[in-house]
Design a protein around this ligand. Structure first.
Ligand code: DNO
Length: 390
């Protein structure tokens, strides 16, 4: 397993020399400053790579090369966007980058309702409260159909939360929901979000799948030619929100994707926290099912609640058996090694982390503190070491 660390470049308060002290060997980053849909120029990629290498790292994974909303929505003329995407891939490959993470979530990337929920012994975590999400959808956004997405008791508590919430509480909720777009250009206010949602009118699961299949057929052949491994990130959370379809949420979805363009270059980011937020998902079992196509792993844990809420637990706490999951990934590495495959070391990063200790004194990208992730990395490193030497 290759230890990597996500770094947001100029949007990150954590510096490369600080990251070096975590012991991670690889950097996961993107040209976050380039608007979605534009070509990533080769010289900009080369400059970022040089900066990373000068600090003693490799640039191990590109996360993300974003897929433009028009591709997800399947609007009419997509030739330019597909050509741009392929050109960015070619420019990345020319600089030696081979693993590209992306997602196919409509509109929003990861979604939480609280960015600083308290954890038991001090520190804070990211939380998704079904009640607050329902309050947002039903009472703030006024999305009538949302009542079908939440059970009655959650709707009742949502109504009470909304009545008691101050304007500041409501603003904070919107801010939390929008925070999954670090470095991105689209951030919405309520009206903007309503408009953006209208653009998805009529796009159901079937239509989104068709658009995704088209994307795969446009880019995977290029990836195969360039020696690039594409790895889609699962939906976070893996459930319907805002009435948008979700098509990367469970084992069936992943198998559908693998089959939609059957080539090893069409692979997955195994994100244990995203998949783990759905009570029906057995994450180690899913990993075993798609092991051959896992090109990258995000390791973190979640604790789920009966009403559909969940919060981010410490990396070895929570509902997912992290030791079992890491064993699956290491077995897969061994299998690849026995076949003499070059991709026999799977890059992973400690995904998210609690805000702990001196994390409170600095500007952070939500979910990406220094000390909390350092703790997660150290714990995971211990598990890997123990499995590797047992
Ligand atoms: C959240 C991340 C996601 C991920 C993208 C990949 O912390 O795991 O934002 O980077 O969905 O495209």
């Amino acid at each position: 397993m290759l230890e990597t660390w996500r770094w947001y470049g100029q949007f990150d308060g954590i510096t490369l020399p600080e990251i070096a002290q975590t012991g991670a060997a690889g950097i996961v980053t993107a040209l976050h400053e380039i608007p979605y849909g534009e070509i990533w120029p080769r010289d900009a990629i080369a400059a970022r790579k040089a900066q990373i290498m000068a600090a003693g790292f490799t640039w191990s994974v590109v996360e993300s090369l974003p897929v433009h909303e028009d591709i997800k929505r399947g609007t009419d003329d997509l030739d330019r966007l597909f050509a741009n995407y392929r050109q960015s891939m070619a420019n990345l490959a020319a600089e030696g980058l081979q693993v590209i993470c992306y997602n196919f979530m409509p509109l929003l990337d990861w979604t939480r309702t609280e960015l600083a929920a308290p954890v038991a012994r001090g520190g804070t975590c990211l939380r998704f409260s079904a009640e607050r999400m329902a309050a947002f959808e039903i009472h703030i956004l006024g999305r009538a159909a949302a009542v079908d997405d939440y059970p009655e008791d959650v709707r009742a508590r949502a109504a009470i939360w909304f009545q008691q919430a101050s304007q500041e509480d409501r603003d904070q909720l919107l801010d939390a929901i929008m925070s999954g777009l670090p470095g991105a250009f689209d951030r919405y206010d309520i009206n903007g979000l309503k408009d953006a949602l209208h653009n998805y009118d009529g796009i159901d699961r079937k239509a989104l799948r068709a658009n995704y299949k088209r994307f795969l057929s446009e880019v995977i052949p290029t990836a195969a030619d360039l020696g690039i491994r594409m790895c889609v990130h699962p939906d976070d959370p893996p459930r319907n929100i805002l009435g948008l379809p979700r098509i990367v949420s469970d084992a069936d979805d992943l198998l559908w994707i693998a089959d939609a363009f059957d080539h090893p270059a069409n692979g997955f980011t195994l994100c244990s926290g995203s998949l783990g937020a759905n009570p029906r998902n057995d994450v180690p079992a899913i990993a075993r099912t798609v092991a051959e196509r896992i090109h990258f792993a995000h390791l973190r844990n979640v604790k789920k609640f009966p009403d559909g809420s969940f919060e981010e637990a410490a990396h070895l706490d929570g509902d997912t058996d992290m030791v079992a999951l890491i064993s699956v990934l290491m077995d897969e590495e061994n299998r690849r090694r026995s076949e003499g495959r070059p991709d026999d070391v799977i890059p992973f990063r400690p995904d998210h982390g609690h805000v702990l200790l001196s994390d409170f004194d600095r500007d952070l990208v939500p979910g990406y503190p220094l000390i909390g992730r350092l703790r997660g990395l150290a714990e995971i490193r211990g598990v890997i070491h123990a499995i590797g030497t047992s």
